[in-house]
Write a protein that binds this ligand. Sequence first.
Ligand SMILES: [Zn+2]
Length: 287
Amino acid sequence: MIDVTWTGAAGLRFETETETVLIDPYHTRVNLLRTLFKTIRPDEAAIQAAIASLAKITGIIIGHTHSDHALDVPSIMRRTNAVLVGSRSLETLMTLGGMPGRTTVCAGGEKVVLSDQAEVTMIRSAHGAAMFGKVPFPGEISPAATLPMKAAGYRSGSVFAPLLVLNGTRFLHIGSADAIEAELKNHTCDVLFVCVAGWNQTPDYPLQIINITRPATVVLFHYDNFSKPHTKGSGTPRLPLIDMRGLIRRIRTHAPDIDILVPELDQPMRFPLSSDAVNNDASKELR
Ligand SMILES: [Zn+2]
């Protein structure tokens, strides 16, 4: 059994009895005014609370280095010996944080072993046009930058769709609303995580990924307003204008046999999936 929990923005936590793997962990949830105008820094208390009780973290995987994916990484890496996997831009961020050489730097296509039961393939991907029809903050984090820096300093770097295989189950993480079809060829997955934020700029992208990778389950995530705070047990603050129903209908029409889950923040999902969980989630959204 693997418990998977959506922890905010594109953050996912994968837990087995013996290990934890994190993708894009982001707990700081910087508010919008600060994001736009000020330097930003990790919320150490929130990070400590999020990771203190976890089983051994064996891997931390970063899809790209925008602040809602990578801001917290140096702080988390100070607390763990996990294998860190990401781009050259991530290595630059880690160097700025005083930890050069700890990143397994990928350019796309590499398979990285995290533990006896976990490995990840870093599939090259693309960033959605999430900000007024444009890709926000492209390019690399500057080696000449200093921390703390503004959100605009967290350039995307290379963008990946990590394919995590954990205890034999294949999880494909799409942390931004686009993909490169040719790079996905020859890859399949059991569970596909689809970024909802910005999906209507590239409305066919989930269907294209489904056609190629053939998941049994699609999880819709990254729909929270990650500039608003969230406390465990409270509802998920949502981004405005995301048209979740439209996305669910599109996937249902195209691929009626796929199970669609729409988790709340901090609500664990257990894989392999039980049929009860399936009936609850997407149907709730469509009511
Ligand atoms: Zn991004």
